[in-house]
Design a protein around this ligand. Sequence first.
Ligand SMILES: CC(C)(COP(=O)(O)OP(=O)(O)OC[C@H]1O[C@@H](n2cnc3c(N)ncnc32)[C@H](O)[C@@H]1OP(=O)(O)O)[C@@H](O)C(=O)NCCC(=O)NCCS
Length: 330
Amino acid sequence: MLKEKDILKAAKKKQKTIVFPEVSFSDRTFEAVKILQKKGIVKVLLVGDASAMQLRDKAFEKFEILSPVTFADREKLVKTLYEKRKEKGMTLAQADELEKDPYYFATLLVECGYADGMVAGAECTTATTIRPALQIIKGKSKKEPVSSFFLMLGQNEFLNGKPLILADCGLNEDPDVDLLVTIASQSVNSAKMFGIEPKVAFLSYSTKGSAKGENVDKMRMAAEKFAKKAKDVPSDGELQFDAAMIPTVASHKAPDSVLKGDANLLIFPNIEAGNICYKAMQYTGGLTAVGPILQGLKKPVNDLSRGCSVTDIVLVAAVTALQAETKTSN
Ligand SMILES: CC(C)(COP(=O)(O)OP(=O)(O)OC[C@H]1O[C@@H](n2cnc3c(N)ncnc32)[C@H](O)[C@@H]1OP(=O)(O)O)[C@@H](O)C(=O)NCCC(=O)NCCS
């Protein structure tokens, strides 16, 4: 059974440097970085005006704080941003201005190797956190889009401690068949990073043709394509949630399914279904939601839900450190 403390322990072994761009205006992030530093889970790098922050709170004196305005290698970051975006019409003057944005600055610190990963999003939208990463760090290959997943942890009477991976609940709004296959493949790698043996279900409102519709066809085709691509991974679809997750229901609705109602990696037809489901599990199912964690990026950058707790920030930072271990995020 995967527990939060296992993730923190695994991260601690890696000693990765994680940068937090919004700590100067996020009390929750400040509480989280104090825990991360005190317990030695990651090496913490903060963004902001060091003297103003230290004047406000002496506890900031214990941290390394970099300012986008006074950073010694500022020119290098500006040039990197300009080179990455000039084809999109960015001028050097615009790059010089944008480097001062804490989210762009922190992303550039990761891109240029001053940090191993970035965590933000307690105080801003998903787009603000991840757009710089998509523009600067980019996906592992041009062909492979970036996606996201949630790791769901905890105890309830149905799961009995079984961890779940849910994707894509935070980035790709309406994936087509090929993107669903990519999301599933990336999620399989992410599951393995946590030591989870993935059992993949492509979810729908239909089980094996019990209902008809465009999205039913989409999920069935994605399941078939994925099964051909990943023969060693147990997978099935299209399945309803209960046929994928509850053995007694599976025995009636999908008796021939290889999953037997024991799926642990759930692929959703679109961001709405995924996002609603993870929040329902979190708030009424009593589970901890870790994420959204991005997968497919060259280097790890992760977003937080604006409703996140201090513990959520600590956990996402630890997962970011785990992703950095392999030099590229899953
Ligand atoms: C990801 C997102 C922020 C991009 O928005 P955007 O900046 O307005 O959109 P753009 O299409 O201009 O994308 C910006 C860059 O990101 C890239 N990009 C967008 N989605 C991508 C993906 N899934 N994988 C890889 N790159 C992606 C684009 O190719 C583009 O790169 P370029 O400028 O070098 O060509 C947008 O898709 C989004 O908001 N998604 C939903 C996220 C959300 O609200 N989640 C809430 C639940 S947590």
